[in-house]
Design a binder for this molecule. Structure first.
Ligand code: ZN
Ligand code: ZN
Length: 361
């Protein structure tokens, strides 16, 4: 069972709605619904307004929603919109009604606007996401546990040896080890990428045996109490050819420099640049194509993005990854990723797994 979310979340949303002169928000994004109400399931809409709060779901979730949710539960018909429309006049108390433009489909928007008939519907962006940006202690505790689960799973599977097993078998073993360790599920499809395959940042695990004498990029995360973790480690399966060992050293140096520099109040682009400049100075600038990191929480990718083009400032309490990579076509790749929470004295690193280059059989 999940704990009910602290009531301050709905209060903070109401304040944000008042600032925009909105009477209510129709919350359709399920991560936002869960964040605000505690609802866990696949079909619900939360209504938060000056005149009340409702969680509209269907009969499959009637029992669990009443246990989980910090709002009055309305059990409606499957598409929910007719029940949303009947509750809204009271919830919005005569005010304008915001919808989540980044989530509500055009078809559902048109249907809602049609049955609301007369009430004004206004697109909004990122209102709940802005609240989710700063994690509270319960959220950090869940993510720390999720990071521990993934780390222990990786330790166990590396200890069993990976050379000669396929990338798919290793990914499957990691999946099982995370479930054994208490994960609800993996937080994204696990990446295991050996040899030249490691040069593709989002490689899909393949059927061929992992060879000796190369780098293997392993990217995994667990979900605990709805919250995600995200870590990457790159291991060697023996002495490394060509530039791979140097690439590992440069990547680790850049990762640690960014960790040491990360502070609240910094621009996300500024933090990205700390790692990017180190990698470029070592001659691998072209080989680091993606951003330095991303926010993590109820979703594996959320605000803030940490990329060269980011315009956000990083607040204290934001949970982000720091994950530089160097990808050498035809040779292999390296990526090293920690999950951290930003704080004044330096980041709280949630990922406990060591980062020195490990040689695995
Ligand atoms: Zn990752
Ligand atoms: Zn990541």
């Amino acid at each position: 069972m999940t704990a009910r979310p602290e009531p301050g979340r709905q209060e903070r949303l109401l304040a944000a709605l008042a600032e925009r002169d909105l009477g209510a928000l129709v919350v359709t994004d399920l991560a936002n619904v869960r964040y605000l109400t505690g609802y866990v399931g696949s079909n619900a809409i939360a209504l938060v307004g000056a005149g009340g709060r409702r969680l509209v779901t269907d009969s499959r979730y009637a029992l669990s929603a009443r246990e989980q949710v910090a709002a009055e539960v309305v059990v409606g018909r499957r598409d929910l919109l007719a029940d949303v429309a009947s509750a809204l006049p009271e919830v919005a108390a005569g005010g304008r009604i915001g919808v989540e433009a980044e989530n509500l489909t055009l078809a559902r928007h048109d249907r809602l606007a049609g049955i609301l008939d007369g009430l004004e519907v206004e697109p909004t962006r990122g209102l709940v996401e802005a609240l989710r940006l700063v994690k509270d202690p319960e959220e950090v505790a869940a993510m720390r546990e999720a990071a521990d689960v993934a780390s222990r799973a990786l330790e166990r599977v590396l200890g069993e040896g990976i050379v000669g097993r396929s990338e798919r078998q290793v990914a499957f073993a990691l999946h099982g080890a995370m479930l054994d360790g208490g994960a609800e599920e993996p937080s994204f499809p696990i990446i295991v990428a050996a040899g030249p395959g490691g040069a593709r940042p989002h490689a899909v695990p393949g059927p061929d045996p992992i060879p000796p004498g190369t780098l293997v990029v392993i990217d995994l995360g667990a979900v605990v109490r709805g919250y995600c973790s995200d870590m990457t480690r790159t291991v060697a399966t023996g002495p490394l050819p060509g530039r791979l060992e140097e690439a590992y050293r440069v990547c680790l140096d850049a990762q640690e420099a960014a960790l040491a520099a990360a502070r609240p109040g910094m621009g996300a682009a500024e933090l990205d640049a700390v790692a990017r400049e180190r990698i470029a100075a070592a001659g691998y600038g072209e080989a680091f194509g993606h951003g330095l990191g991303h926010g993590v929480g109820l979703r594996i990718h959320e605000r803030p993005g940490v990329r060269p083009e980011s315009t956000e400032t990083l607040p204290a309490g934001a949970a982000i990854t720091i994950e530089p990579g160097i990808y050498l076509e035809g040779e292999g790749g390296v990526r090293i990723e920690d999950l951290v929470v930003l704080a004044e004295g330096g980041p709280d690193v949630l990922t406990p797994f060591p980062k020195d280059l490990r040689v695995v059989d």
